[in-house]
Design a binder for this molecule. Structure first.
Ligand SMILES: Nc1ncnc2c1ncn2[C@@H]1O[C@H](COP(=O)(O)OP(=O)(O)O)[C@@H](O)[C@H]1O
Ligand SMILES: [Mg+2]
Length: 243
């Protein structure tokens, strides 16, 4: 069974229809890239996938849970689906370690020594073992974003969603964050990422989805999709690399 199923999802904000019947299915360990112009509905689709937005119709199922259940089902879903945004929003008054331990302690009621052990483990995964006791403002933007990824991983998610996580970073900091994501992909994490990094999508994503005007306009294996776009819209997008 696929880890993520999205079936004919419609989502409107008032009179504005943002998702117009989106369907996709992501197998375990697959990496999907979502590309498309600003306003095409990429972030909304991700937010629907972890229950941050309520869909108007259609079906979403992740890691075996259907969305749209009660509050308890939603909490369970949120522990299975990690989401990382462009802004990392670490708590400035907590150390890196404390930031990472917070959600497992509060949401999953994990005992402190265990939470600390998990925090050390996920920090190592993102290459920041030595920053456990540092405060966020002592870190670069790229390091803070890696902490945000580690914080999400501490919940032991089955699926990770990334929404333009490198868009606010300088090129050299972008690279270190992309490397962490690439390692996660290699380790078999199921991931869906919205990105402007076309080279990264092409190299790391098994499938790429081009969204346009609230629809999946074109999709396919990343190599094929970028090399041989079938629609004028994707051809234009790839050529101009428009954001
Ligand atoms: N909470 C919201 N309320 C009203 N409109 C929204 C909201 N979130 C997104 N939109 C609108 O939905 C459309 C798609 O936005 P979004 O999903 O953020 O696109 P993308 O991530 O592809 O840039 C845009 O027109 C945006 O203004
Ligand atoms: Mg967006």
């Amino acid at each position: 069974m696929p880890e993520v199923v999205v079936e004919n999802v419609h989502k409107s904000f008032g009179a504005l229809e943002v998702l117009k019947g989106v369907s996709l299915s992501v197998g375990r360990g697959e990496v999907f890239a979502l590309i498309g112009r600003s306003g095409s509905g990429k972030s909304t689709l991700l937010r629907c996938m972890n229950g941050l937005e309520k869909i108007n119709s259609g079906r979403i199922e992740i890691a075996g849970h259907a969305l749209g259940g009660d509050a308890k089902a939603l909490r369970k879903l949120r522990t299975d689906v990690g989401i990382v945004f462009q802004s990392y929003n670490l708590f400035p008054h907590l150390t890196v370690g404390e930031n990472i331990m917070l959600a497992p302690r509060i949401v999953k009621d994990v005992a402190k020594p265990k939470a600390r052990e998990v925090a050390r483990e996920v920090l190592q995964l993102v290459g920041l073992s030595e920053k456990f006791d540092s405060y966020p403002d002592q870190l670069s933007g790229g390091q803070q974003q890696r902490v945000a990824i580690a914080r999400s991983l501490a919940m032991r998610p089955k699926v990770m969603l990334f929404d333009e996580v490198t868009s606010a970073l300088d090129p050299e900091l972008t690279e270190e964050v992309l490397m962490v994501m690439e390692q996660l992909a290699r380790d078999g994490m199921t991931m869906i990422l919205v990105t402007h990094e076309m080279g990264f999508a092409r190299r790391v994503a098994t499938q790429t989805i081009f969204m346009h005007k609230g629809k999946i306009w074109e999709r396919g294996p990343s190599a094929t999709l970028f090399a041989d776009p079938q629609t004028p819209e994707l051809r234009q997008f790839v050529k101009s690399d428009v954001k």
